[in-house]
Write a protein that binds this ligand. Sequence first.
Ligand code: 8DG
Length: 192
Amino acid sequence: MAAVTSASPFARASPKMIDAAAAAASGRPLKLLTLLLVVQGDRVLLGMKKRGFGMGKYNGYGGKVEAGETVLEGALRELHEEAGIKATDATPRGRMLFEFRGEETVMDVRVFSASAFEGEPTESEEMTTEWFGVDKLPFDRMWADDRHWFPILLDGGFFRGYFEFEKDKIVDGVLERTADADTALKAFGASK
Ligand SMILES: Nc1nc2c([nH]c(=O)n2[C@H]2C[C@H](O)[C@@H](COP(=O)(O)OP(=O)(O)OP(=O)(O)O)O2)c(=O)[nH]1
């Protein structure tokens, strides 16, 4: 999988480039979102989004963090609401900022992974549940940035990135593998 990562045009980002991207976002409102990928051995649980933002795309499970909950609690709640399961070993893996041209708000997505869970994956009103082999991920039907950071996630690594989108196409981006989760989380200043 590492070969895919090094082939990514965004994987050559230096910390300086990440800082420059962070500066571009500073002072702008951030929308805090979670994304949890269940990875079990050589398979990944993904859902096709049935409505709203990202409709028709395959993704992990997640959404807005609610008042009074931690980011991890938000990630676990969304997984349970959308896929009917409770992850028991969720761990932070990365932080990505997404800017959409013409929009003031920048999306601040905290990425988690888990390998163990309780319950049976069950389709919800928002998402389907399907297992995909790690070599058969449907990148053509996922967000365009995913093909760049998934190899790092599947490799057991940590990452931080910033992508600018025009509708659902990437116009610019930087992505960096980090030594640990803390470095990824602190990538863009104040983090909770
Ligand atoms: N894989 C991937 N996920 C992304 C990208 N951008 C992005 O926002 N996401 C994730 C983060 C969240 O899990 C999800 C967006 O959250 P959402 O709009 O579904 O939030 P929600 O469920 O709370 O919203 P709602 O029910 O209130 O409408 O999409 C991306 O580029 N790649």
